[in-house]
Design a protein around this ligand. Structure first.
Ligand SMILES: [Zn+2]
Length: 134
């Protein structure tokens, strides 16, 4: 995303995700289990600190894809997070297809939803390093 800032033009950078935000995502994963949940992540000053949960319960990859398809674009949209109740932390083909519609950074969290059960990916499905900010 290109942002005009005074005389300078720069690309929005994401430095990391707030630990509280990540903890909340794990909680949402536990609450939704064995169903899947999908949420949008928003950033402020380059740090992901807001979750927009979608209305309704999402079950399975097909529904998650459908959701990405209908999603409105928004400024400060950093990416998405969804859960894989089967515990597999790799993006599915459907995920990679729809990631580009939902921002640049995509979290997958999986059963059993502990601090270790997450990965972050770029829109093309490549693994992405993501700082957890305490
Ligand atoms: Zn998925």
């Amino acid at each position: 995303m290109r942002v005009m800032h005074g005389e300078h033009t720069y690309f929005m950078t994401i430095f990391g995700i707030q630990k509280e935000t990540l903890d909340l995502l794990f909680q949402m994963g536990r609450d939704a289990h064995p169903n899947e949940f999908v949420a949008l992540l928003k950033e402020r000053d380059g740090i992901i600190d807001e979750i927009n949960l979608l209305p309704g319960t999402v079950t399975g990859e097909k529904s998650a894809s459908l959701f990405f398809d209908m999603m409105p674009l928004s400024t400060h949209l950093a990416g998405s997070c969804h859960s894989h109740p089967n515990g597999v932390l790799l993006p599915s083909d459907a995920d990679v297809h729809f990631f580009p519609r939902a921002g640049r950074f995509h979290f997958i969290i999986g059963y059993p939803y502990t601090q270790l059960d997450w990965r972050c990916y770029f829109s093309d499905g490549q693994r992405c390093r993501m700082e957890v900010i305490r």
